[in-house]
Design a protein around this ligand. Structure first.
Ligand SMILES: Nc1ncnc2c1ncn2[C@@H]1O[C@H](COP(=O)(O)OP(=O)(O)OP(=O)(O)O)[C@@H](O)[C@H]1O
Ligand SMILES: [Mg+2]
Length: 604
């Protein structure tokens, strides 16, 4: 066990597990919920419906117009009438163009807006979830949810749901037209439909498997890539590149294979439909031509049939492509809704207790706590910190120090017992009140990408520029910032790259000071800094702790000798408690820890 912190599963996590199931093609409940996202745009959708009927209508009419042209004007040789037909035809073309353009544009717009809404609600939901949830879900997976799965849904909205109606409309309309023109020839041309139906079914069975593999391998590649990039330095340090390359290659190969398979099926299927189309054409020419020769059919009708049959197969092919879109979208939406339905367990009570100004008294009352099931990391912990006191926690790594403050900030819920501030159970406090009252400088400091200033005030409008600089000066950060190219406007890169460990710590101190909490917690990082910086940090710390209740988790015992109380944690229990001198006299755990460090310093 190496320290506390967040335990990401690393490569031990099996990313493939959840991507395995294949969604249904159509799930009424999911679909209903998805359609719910179109509600704010229902006017648009109705409009799209009209545009669609317009554009498809033009398509139905074009061959009919041709038929009239041939039968009534070309046959009898009426050039004037033919001109009118040509004008009508052009009008239809222009009309179809305009309708299709607006239809397509509006549809994409509605789809994009709906996705925007889904991304917003996903992100705001993620923000409410407990720390425990993030312990369990690797970053890669959540990223895939918010961006990847939503992207799949977009496909459903823009070229799925609505266009399916369009395609069905086209197919249905053409069938009606054909039956209206000549029902016998229509039925004869429909004889190819069973072949198409069979081909589509077979295609779907095989492509389904290939698509499932595709998705699964892609998820694995993404997860692996994510982890490799994050851990690149470690990987390079241990010259893991060749091994990592092999692993990546393996996944990449699998992905390639699945892609090729799916392409193979589609390349087979696509010409199949085309062949069916030609087959229908042959049937029409053969049967219809025969009829025409016997004068049972006009040439115009024959021509219209040929045109219709060509317009008929395109949407059928489209529909079978939609099949996969639906399938993917159902699987994605299932995962998205799963995430949205994960309710945070740590929430503000209703109604929350009104809080007067806090004094900052802390009490742990017989607290038991486990991260997993009943693997307790804190056992029957009880202690009190009076308002304004400075209390230090010490103990071996993994003894439960960070866990205690995790509970004090209510990042996790206690299993048994109570944590109280000013006599109020944390569970009865509004979360924002609690988080405002308690501030914590964490063991692994997190800096956001943005300016130094923003990292200190966290864009809290109540903290003025003057407060920000005052806080930085107070914790000795100012002198470093003055040396930076753009001062407080210097951009910090993701995760605080570009700052030293000591500087990062000072930024975190300044941040804590600027927010002026009632209770301040410092989880000291184990990494050491040079003696001069250490003195600076120590002084900054003292200023930070002045006039408020504070808890320090210390690794260097020299820093806590004047604490009001020192609590020694030992395997999840309180081992010893007292002042520095009292504990030394007890000659127990603290004494031994102290001796070890003292000796270490003497030798070093
Ligand atoms: N997120 C977590 N999920 C599961 N177990 C955890 C988690 N965080 C810590 N633990 C476990 O809880 C125990 C106590 O960890 P904790 O972080 O409180 O130790 P610590 O006293 O702060 O150690 P250190 O001095 O190294 O920071 C350890 O056994 C650790 O493995
Ligand atoms: Mg810790």
């Amino acid at each position: 066990m190496f320290g506390g912190g967040s335990g990401s599963g690393g490569q031990l996590y099996d990313y493939s597990e959840e991507e395995d199931q294949l969604g249904k093609v159509y799930d009424r409940v999911l679909m209903k919920r998805l359609i719910g996202y179109l509600k704010p745009y229902r006017l648009e959708v109705v409009l799209i419906g009209f545009l669609m009927v317009g554009s498809r209508g033009a398509e139905w009419l074009m061959p009919l117009l041709m038929k009239h042209g041939i039968d009534e004007y070309i046959g009898p040789g009426n050039l004037q009438g033919l001109k009118t037909i040509a004008i009508y035809y052009i009008l239809l073309l222009v009309g179809r163009f305009i309708f299709t353009y607006f239809e397509e544009y509006r549809m994409q717009m509605v789809g994009q807006k709906a996705m925007y809404d889904i991304r917003m609600s996903l992100f705001s939901h993620l923000q409410r979830l407990d720390v425990r949830f993030f312990d369990r879900n690797p970053v890669g997976r959540l990223m895939t949810r918010v961006m990847g799965d939503v992207e799949v849904l977009k496909e459903l909205f823009t070229s799925g749901v609505i266009t399916v109606f369009g395609d069905l409309l086209t197919i249905f309309g053409i069938m009606v037209m054909m039956l209206y023109l000549n029902w016998k020839l229509a039925l004869v041309s429909f004889t190819v439909l069973p072949i198409i139906f069979a081909a589509t079914t077979i295609y779907q069975i095989y492509s389904r498997r290939a698509f499932r593999d595709q998705r699964r391998y892609l998820a694995q590649i993404n997860a692996y890539l994510n982890e490799s990039i994050v851990g690149m330095t470690t990987m390079q340090l241990f010259t893991q590149e060749p091994r990592s390359m092999v692993r990546f290659d393996e996944k990449n190969q699998q992905y390639l294979g699945a892609n090729l398979r799916s392409i193979f099926y589609f390349s087979l299927f696509s010409p199949m439909i085309e062949v069916c189309g030609s087959l229908a054409l042959t049937v029409i020419i053969w049967y219809g031509g025969g009829q025409a020769l016997q004068d049972a059919l006009t040439l115009g009708t024959l021509f219209a049939f040929i045109q219709y049959s060509q317009r008929f197969f395109w949407p059928i092919r489209e529909l079978s492509e939609k099949y996969t879109i639906f399938q993917n979208a159902m699987a994605s939406s299932e995962r998205i809704f799963d995430l949205m339905d994960t309710e945070p367990t740590i929430v503000s009570p209703t109604p929350g207790k009104e809080l007067a100004a806090l004094k900052g008294e802390i009490e742990f009352r017989n607290v038991w706590f486990a991260y997993n099931a009943d693997d307790y990391v804190l056992r029957d912990v009880s202690f009190k910190v009076k308002a304004g006191e400075k209390v230090a926690f010490v103990g071996h790594t993994g003894s439960g120090k960070t866990s205690i403050i995790n509970l004090l900030c209510r990042f996790y819920e206690v299993n048994e017992g109570q944590v109280l501030i000013d006599g109020t159970d944390l569970r009865e406090m509004e979360l924002p009140d609690l988080r405002r009252a308690v501030n914590i400088v964490q063991q692994n400091i997190f800096l956001f990408s943005g300016t130094i200033e923003k990292n200190i005030n966290l864009e809290n409008p109540e903290i003025t520029k003057g407060d920000t600089i005052a806080a930085a000066k107070e914790v000795h950060l100012d002198r470093y910032v003055q040396n930076m190219p753009a001062g407080y406007a210097t951009e910090i890169r993701e995760g605080g790259a570009g700052l030293s460990v000591g500087q990062k710590q000072l930024v975190a101190f300044a941040r804590a000071l600027a927010s002026d909490p009632d209770i301040l917690i410092l989880d000291e990082a184990t990494s050491s800094v040079d003696t001069e910086t250490e003195l600076l940090i120590q002084d900054a710390l003292n200023r930070l702790m002045a006039n408020r209740t504070s808890i320090v988790i210390a690794h260097r015992l020299s820093t806590i000798q004047n604490a009001d109380k020192i609590i020694v944690m030992h395997r999840g229990e309180i081992g010893e408690m007292g002042t520095h001198n009292e504990l030394l006299q007890q000659r127990g755990i603290y004494y031994r820890l102290y001796q070890l460090q003292y000796k270490g310093q003497e030798v070093g």
